[in-house]
Design a protein. Structure first.
Length: 326
């Protein structure tokens, strides 16, 4: 690929910002920083990297402070507690000043060496360029659960979802501005960046193995994330509930008519206790389920009307700290 040097625009903003949410990544942060500098230095010497410590219990923040002290292109943001990956992403995006923003994970599965290829595709007229992970270096259950999650999410949101696409990609300032303007409490970047639109492309990239760290997402956390995303980004479950309720009512009406005809025409009594108990158990399950589903939607409304900040910043690794909450 022909080497291209890019400089910032006339407003003084950097050409490329890199946002990295950080959690328990002390062991790989310095390698990540070195590879980012090697990949971005020839491409955009004025790049910036925003590292967001999402309440890491290890020494990640001390490492971030060291990187910021040794290289002014690296900035650090420490959240007051663990707000979750996508809240940390929002904190980084709020502070990214680049004409283009790269979003990537901290565990080196997203390879910094792929950024020039993503940027080269973006310059062909795209606002959003996803990294397409055709050969994922994840465990079999992680790949299977990811495929199941994206299939259900695509069905419930009536959008095309690809399990090979995650957070990693490059995005124009226009696209990032549209996403950061969405301030709902439950954050999920892949769904939000698709919702705002803009011209999109994808580049197939190599997906590396994680750098000696386990995923922070346990099966329980993944299930909770999936449930929250589906409720926050779609009302289709409620429409399905209405249709299923109507279907059950219709079947019940048909069954009632059949029992009446049997009693009148055939003169055969219908045992009441068994059929009654079966009907009660059959109907109570869906009723309780849909009441719980409605309660989850109501709970999301309650979370939104409280208007709490999406994250709280404890400190930053740069002079002139920005506001402490957003």
């Amino acid at each position: 690929m022909r080497e291209t040097h890019v400089t910032g625009d006339r407003t003084g903003r950097p050409s490329i910002s890199v946002v990295v949410p950080v959690f328990q990544a002390e062991s790989c942060l310095r390698e990540l920083a070195g590879r980012l500098a090697a990949s971005l230095g020839p491409l955009a010497p004025d790049f910036e990297v925003v590292l967001v410590d999402d309440g890491s219990p290890d020494g990640s923040w001390e490492t971030i402070e060291g990187l910021a002290a040794s290289d002014p292109r690296f900035r650090g943001v420490k959240l007051s507690r663990n707000f979750g990956q996508h809240a940390a992403i929002t904190a980084g995006l709020d502070r990214a000043a680049g004409s283009w923003t790269v979003l990537m994970d901290c565990d080196l599965q997203d390879r910094p060496e792929e950024i020039p290829r993503l940027y080269d595709r973006a310059r062909q007229g795209y606002d959003v360029v996803f990294a397409l992970r055709k050969r994922r270096s994840d465990s079999w259950w992680r790949r299977a659960s990811s495929r199941a999650f994206y299939r259900v999410l695509g069905y419930l949101t009536d959008t095309k979802q690809d399990p090979e696409i995650g957070n990693f990609g490059i995005y124009s300032a226009k696209a990032i501005g549209a996403v950061t303007g969405l301030r709902e409490s439950l954050r999920y970047f892949p769904a939000m960046i698709r919702w705002v639109g803009f011209r999109t492309s994808a580049v197939e990239v190599e997906h590396a193995s994680p750098a000696g760290r386990r995923s922070a997402y346990s099966p329980r956390k993944l299930a909770n994330l999936a449930l929250g995303v589906m409720i926050s980004f779609s009302e289709k479950p409620l429409r399905i509930a209405v249709k299923l309720g109507l279907a059950i009512s219709g079947l019940s009406f048909v069954a009632a008519v059949a029992l009446i005809l049997r009693a009148v025409l055939v003169r055969q009594a219908v045992p009441g206790w068994s059929s009654l108990m079966a009907s009660v158990w059959f109907l109570s399950g869906p009723v309780i389920f849909f009441l719980g589903l409605s309660g989850l939607y109501l709970g999301k409304v309650f979370e939104e009307v409280k208007r709490r900040p999406l994250y709280i910043v404890e400190k930053t690794a740069e002079p002139g700290s920005p506001r402490d909450a957003a």
